[in-house]
Each structure stands twice: as structure tokens, then as C-alpha cells.
Design a protein around this ligand. Structure first.
Ligand SMILES: [Zn+2]
Length: 166
């Protein structure tokens, strides 16, 4: 999947989290989380740029997602005293940090698993999963996911600000 499609999947994943953070009264944190997830949306594709790493190999696995999660959990534990004033009460920053990193990578993998090339979730175990719904370069799918993501995010923000229509 191309960048536009990955951003779309990331925004669809973000929409419920954004809604939750906004309705709980944490707009700054919501923006911070959204920015981080969108920034990380293309992280696994760094294998295009790092020599010696096969494309959709180690960086497209749950192991890598766990690693990125661990890095974020570590950063969150360091930043906890600073962030504790700005995050929802009762949320463990370390757990949230882990889910942020882990979820960002998994969202990327979901964007790639719909293409015929598939994703090796359990790398280094040699097994590819693919839904073969579309090729990675499909304009329709990349734009479709992007527009769907923008719509989901817009809906989350509008519903959170205006309240649910009941
Ligand atoms: Zn990828």
C-alpha cells in the first residue's frame, strides 16, 4: 500500500481513540497521539531505505510492532511525570505508550495485508498472509482508504465536540 492508503488506515484506527480523548477533555493529548500515529504510519517502509533489509520482512512483523511499542513504553515512563497532568486519569502511560507504538505498526501491516504481496506477521517464521483485495498501487484503494480515514476522523471530532445525536 502507498502512503495515502496507509494514512487512511491510520486515521480509521485513530478515529475512536480521538473521540474518546476529546470527549474525556484531553484535546492536546488527542492531537499529540494523532500526530504520533500519522508520523509512524510509514515507519515499517523504512526497509526501502535501509540496505540489507528485505522489503516487508522484519519491519513488517508483530515482533517489530512489539519493539516499537517497547520503545514508546520506555519513552512514556520517562515522560510520565511531565505528561501526567495532560492525560486521562487511570490510564497507565507505559501501557498507553506501548499500544501507541504497537498499534501504529499494526495499522501499517493491515494496510499491506490486503495486497497480494501480503505480510509476514510472524517473521522470522516463514509464512505470508494476504487478503489479495487490491494491488498496492491501486489509485482507487489508496484514495478510498484516505478519504474514508479523513471522514472517520472528521466524524470523530464533530461528534466529540457537538455530542452524540440522541
Ligand atoms: Zn509496508
Amino acid at each position: 500500500m502507498y502512503k495515502r492508503g496507509h494514512l487512511g488506515v491510520a486515521m480509521v484506527t485513530l478515529a475512536p481513540i480521538t473521540f474518546w480523548l476529546l470527549t474525556d477533555g484531553y484535546p492536546v493529548f488527542a492531537v499529540l497521539v494523532a500526530g504520533t500515529v500519522l508520523y509512524l504510519a510509514m515507519l515499517p517502509d523504512m526497509d526501502h531505505r535501509v540496505p540489507g533489509i528485505p522489503h516487508r520482512g522484519p519491519t513488517h512483523s508483530l515482533l517489530f510492532a512489539g519493539l516499537v511499542g517497547a520503545v514508546f513504553a520506555g519513552a512514556a515512563s520517562v515522560l510520565e511525570p511531565v505528561l501526567s497532568v495532560a492525560v486521562p486519569g487511570g490510564v497507565s502511560m507505559v501501557a498507553f505508550g506501548f499500544l501507541l507504538g504497537f498499534g501504529s505498526v499494526v495499522a501499517h501491516l493491515l494496510g499491506d495485508v490486503i495486497t497480494p504481496m501480503g505480510v509476514n506477521f510472524l517473521w522470522p517464521y516463514p509464512r505470508e498472509w494476504s487478503l489479495s483485495l487490491t494491488t498496492a498501487d491501486s489509485t482507487l484503494w489508496n484514495w478510498g482508504l484516505f478519504v474514508f480515514g479523513v471522514f472517520a476522523m472528521a466524524a470523530a471530532v464533530v461528534l466529540a465536540v457537538r455530542g452524540l445525536p440522541v
